[in-house]
Write a protein that binds this ligand. Structure first.
Ligand SMILES: NC(=O)c1ccc[n+]([C@@H]2O[C@H](COP(=O)([O-])OP(=O)(O)OC[C@H]3O[C@@H](n4cnc5c(N)ncnc54)[C@H](OP(=O)(O)O)[C@@H]3O)[C@@H](O)[C@H]2O)c1
Length: 268
């Protein structure tokens, strides 16, 4: 049964009254439901910026977070062209900024919490025999500790949403069962660590109907891979299309999985 315009407006008013218009966000005409909201970390460039663009194009409410909004030119330009993107400051290693944003967004449901921010640590800093031990804590903090802190801080927001998903962008480099050549000691182990952390979280939150997932982009053409020949890299739009498809597919039956970009289950 299709709604008359009057019925739709009536429902919209009721929902806005019940939830608060600012909290509910715009309604999708098709379903009479608030549009889903995604919060993305590391949205200033690369994969995170593309996620922000693509979820906004879908009509979702996008909270695009980055370390330094004042210098995030590409993200600010994107946000200026779309009314459904807000740019917020969040540094995943600065717990005060994480807690501050969680408090400020209190009462706003987050359907997909997307831990995307990550660093490689520099290949030259991770050569056996010349390992730079000062680099390791930072890589672990950004890639492994940061995502779980973000999940802890935004638990109530995700629990209050319809989709209830906490997704982390991992890497096949963190798959102990897949790698063959020795390299990237710090980066690889940080992604293996975040895999275990998120698997643990999936076990923790399943009985609250919260879905936790790990996705991977494949070798993708961003600053992260600067210097590698382009022909070895996937366009960022393709990588994000693949990950968004897998994020859509995640449900309670698949919570805790570590997925390749074709939807294949990767070995831990
Ligand atoms: N590109 C690939 O081939 C590839 C492959 C497998 C997995 N991944 C993963 O995909 C994710 C995104 O990578 P990318 O290729 O888009 O890399 P990128 O182009 O280097 O972008 C990294 C993003 O993370 C942000 N970031 C770094 N430290 C942060 C912190 N402490 N707090 C908040 N944000 C922080 C950066 O912000 P600033 O602009 O402030 O530096 C930037 O927005 C990472 O988790 C990476 O490990 C990438």
């Amino acid at each position: 049964m299709s709604d008359s315009p009057e019925t739709s407006i009536g429902r919209r008013d009721l929902l806005a009254t019940a939830l608060g218009a600012a909290i509910a966000g715009p309604l999708s005409a098709a379903e009479g439901q608030p549009q889903p909201r995604v919060l993305i970390t590391g949205a200033s460039r690369g994969i995170g910026l593309e996620f922000a663009k693509r979820y906004a194009e879908r009509g979702w409410q996008v909270v695009a977070t980055c370390r330094t909004p004042s210098t995030a030119t590409a993200l600010n330009e994107l946000a200026a062209s779309r009314s459904n993107i807000v740019v917020e400051r969040l540094d995943v290693v600065d717990h005060a900024t994480v807690d501050a944003l969680a408090a400020r967004l209190s009462g706003q449901p987050i359907d997909v919490l997307l831990n995307n921010a990550g660093i490689g640590g520099g290949g030259e800093n991770q050569l056996f025999g010349k390992l730079r031990y000062d680099v390791y804590p930072e890589v672990m903090k950004v890639n492994a500790e940061g995502p779980i802190k973000v999940c802890e801080a935004f638990l109530a927001h995700v629990a209050a949403s319809r989709q209830k998903k906490m997704i982390t962008v991992s890497s096949s480099q963190g798959s102990i069962g897949s790698v063959t050549m020795p390299m990237l000691y710090w980066y690889r182990s940080s992604k293996s660590a975040v895999n275990m952390i998120m698997y643990n979280l999936a076990l923790q939150l399943k009985n609250r109907s919260i879905i936790v997932g790990l996705v991977t982009p494949g070798a993708t053409d961003t600053d992260f891979m600067v210097g590698l020949p382009k022909k070895m890299l996937r366009p960022v739009a393709e990588a994000v299309t693949d990950m968004m498809r897998e994020i859509d597919r995640f449900d309670l039956a698949t919570t805790g999985r570590f997925l390749g970009y074709r939807g294949d289950v990767l070995p831990w």
